[in-house]
Design a binder for this molecule. Structure first.
Ligand SMILES: [Fe+2]
Length: 466
């Protein structure tokens, strides 16, 4: 049975806890609760192995020192069995000598955490191990060899280890497969008909789309010169035939886990940049609102309404998040409008109004240098455009105005009408809705007004329920 049948494949991870101490098992079960995991318990290695064979499990956490089958032997048996070899095992033991830890890893454990270490460390290891195991299940490998026997043996070994495997009989066939497949790793022979491994490797390295796919050579040619040449061509590793398929699986896992670490680092860097960007946005909005106490909270409210409308329209969470940021930033260009104009209590002259009308352009210019906010510029630039073409700055009409900008216009109008200003009280809800309804077609997009009304109704229902 392959791994995919042996793992639970659901969002709730199933974790098997093996320890001869009832108190430790209960303690671990309690510790794992925040992960939303379902835990199963076994008091010894033998029962643990039976459970792993019979049930869908995503991770095993096992003690080492147990009567009967100990944790090391349990780990060895799980790794020796094709149905369970891809199941990650974390050894959790009071043995903390280097030699004990080494023995654990030799038996095939994914991680070793001593009982002297903190619960937070164990929890973090569980989280990371589960994440990595799931990641591995989504990985695909393309095996290229003109020998059917090699293709079959390698495919079986890698499939049992949990990878998705595709095959091709030569370099050209491998290139053809790449039209509809993006493997995470390519394992290739060198001497093949039609197109050999050298040519294949060279073509892949020259193409930006395939350049970063690790290329591992498996060849009967153990000549140092050939090996050097392949590695210089960009091959990630070289394994000589005949090889033990377990060796190949371990090599593959190692290369992919290095690749995984790089991806993880990249993700952390992107998350950090995203946080930095959100902090900058918050500072920009604070700078804007610090000048004008009466509009304080307006950006926040518009962001909340627009994101609610976008969510109601069935958009995915990413789009909802972008709409929140866009709504919050829609008036950011007002930073560039002089205080004497922006904060003037009385009626504005034509010249002053023209200065205010510059704020969408100023906002779009501020955001132009921030690559990650490119998709938000539309909202900032076009939130004062009108369906009848009488808006600014570009006089766009109808559907030529970007959809989220049209939604922002409705949210902006509604919040401006209903919130208190120094020179007037906020309008009652009914009156504000009448004005919005009258502005359909001319000032506001009718579909967006409908969406807004549906959003408001939903919020009202939620308020009543609450
Ligand atoms: Fe505005």
């Amino acid at each position: 049975m392959a791994l995919k049948q042996m793992t639970s494949q659901s969002d709730v991870p199933r974790i098997l806890v093996v320890d001869d101490s009832t108190a430790v098992r209960r303690g671990l079960t309690k510790l794992l609760e925040p992960l939303g995991a379902e835990t199963l318990e076994a008091a010894d290695g033998g029962y643990g192995f039976d459970l792993a064979m019979r049930t869908s499990i995503d991770l095993v956490i096992s003690d080492v020192d147990m009567p009967g089958l100990d944790g090391i032997e349990l780990c060895r048996r799980l790794k020796a069995n094709t149905a369970t070899r891809a199941l990650p095992v974390i050894l959790h033991s009071s043995f903390s000598a280097e030699s004990d830890i080494e023995r654990g890893f030799k038996a095939g454990a994914s991680a070793y955490v001593t009982k002297h270490e903190s619960s937070a460390r164990l929890l973090e290891t569980v989280h990371r191990t589960l994440h990595r195991a799931r990641f591995q299940q989504e990985l695909s490998i393309l095996v290229v060899d003109d020998s059917r026997t090699i293709l079959r043996v390698v495919k079986t070994g890698l499939t049992e280890a949990g990878f998705h495997v595709e095959t091709a009989p030569d370099g050209q066939a491998a290139l053809d497969r790449l039209n509809d497949l993006t493997p995470d790793l390519i394992l290739s022979d060198i001497d093949m008909p039609v197109m050999n491994g050298f040519e294949l490797c060279e073509i892949l390295r020259a193409d930006a789309e395939t350049r970063d796919i690790p290329f591992v050579v498996m060849s009967a040619n153990s000549d140092r010169g050939t090996m050097k040449r392949m590695l210089q061509h960009g091959a990630a590793a070289y394994i000589t035939k005949p090889f033990n398929v377990d060796e190949l699986v371990i090599l593959t896992e190692r290369i992919l886990s290095d690749q995984y670490r790089l991806l993880l680092k990249e993700k952390e860097r992107l998350d950090f940049e995203q946080r930095l960007m959100l902090d900058s946005i918050t500072s920009l909005i604070s700078a804007l609102e610090a000048r004008d106490a009466y509009t304080r909270g307006h950006s926040e409210a518009v962001g909340r309404i627009v994101s609610g409308m976008v969510a109601l329209s069935g958009a995915d969470p990413k789009e909802v998040e972008r709409a929140t940021i866009g709504g919050r930033l829609h008036d950011i260009g007002k930073i560039g409008v002089r205080d004497a104009v922006l904060l003037k209590p009385g009626r504005l002259t034509d010249d002053e109004f023209n200065q205010i009308k510059q704020h969408p352009l100023i906002g779009a210019t501020i955001l132009a240098s921030i690559e990650s906010l490119a998709d938000i510029r539309d909202i900032v630039l076009s939130h004062h455009e009108r369906p009848d073409g009488k808006g600014y700055p570009n006089g766009l009409s109808g559907n030529r105005i970007p959809l989220t900008a049209r939604m922002t216009a409705v949210a902006d109008t509604f919040h401006a009408l209903t919130s208190d200003r120094p020179y007037r009280k906020g309008m009652p809800l009914g009156k504000a809705l009448d004005i919005i309804d009258d502005a359909r077609e001319t000032q506001l997009c009718p579909d967006c007004v409908d969406l807004f009304l549906a959003y408001l109704e939903k919020e009202a229902c939620r308020g009543h329920e609450g």
